[in-house]
Design a protein. Sequence first.
Length: 179
Amino acid sequence: MSASGITAVAGNQGIKRLLVRLRRTRPSVRTASIGAVLWAVAMAGSALFNLMLDAWETPDKMRTVTTLFAAGGFLAFPLGLWAAAFLSQGKRAETAFAAAFVSFAVATIGVTAVLYAIQYRLYYAQWHADAFTVIWAFQIVFTGLAALYQFTVLGIRLFFPVGFVVLFMAALWFARRPH
């Protein structure tokens, strides 16, 4: 067998191992569903708590932001749970805690930021060029980047302090559960 053939076989074995590990670490539907609902409530509560402290805008805008954070939390929890299980499979509790902490945080912030960017794009679409033109492509890219920047500056703070405490508790729950 040639060197390239050996490399191809080794690559295929690596992909097979990865797929088996992904399948093995996939969370149960029950855990993912219940966790997603609880995580959505917690992230919405965190955002609402901060908005109320700031005496923010109008009830309608507070509802919109709270819903956005709830949707982000709902969609992010199963992803974070799966990533944490994948990263910590066969490892000690400390590693499981760290994997869960990072996975839940990154998934939640990432998914919520993407949802915010989609909403931002939908709002500004009325002023964008015709679809599938070069200008339109630039507008989509830069509108998305502006939305992600704005979320980073203004949105992430809505996860503190409530979301951070819940994140710590979720990581602790994950580290203590049997793997």
